[in-house]
Write a protein that binds this ligand. Sequence first.
Ligand SMILES: [Zn+2]
Length: 145
Amino acid sequence: MDAALVASVTRRAHAACEYCQLPQAVSSIPFEIDHIIAQKHGGPTVLENLGLACFYCNSHKGPNIAGIDPESGRIVRLYHPRKDRWNKHFHWDGPVLVGLSAVGRATLAVLVINHPDAVTLRASLIDEGLFPPTEPALRHPPRLP
Ligand SMILES: [Zn+2]
């Protein structure tokens, strides 16, 4: 993928996963560029269809564009970082991410965002004052090369 496009996606995301908000700076595994609508479903490689995702979120998401809301059992689309507002679908309860909507709950399930290892990592980042990054990251966007 074009380096300038990767840099634009990363900058726009304030170098944090657009699903679980993990900052790239604290991850030992490089973040990935996610096709929000997967290429196999016709999603193009353009800024509006790309998002920054941590390795874990992107691995679980794969080509999925929908999931099952565990509350209603209904099939719903996944969270779309370009079209949806994160705060409308998700809420932090300490290190645990809570789904506020069917879309949020289905996304949590498909991306396994509350995997015990992820919750443990977030708990230690909270202790270190490094998480959640949203507001500081938006106030002080990281400088990118
Ligand atoms: Zn993530």
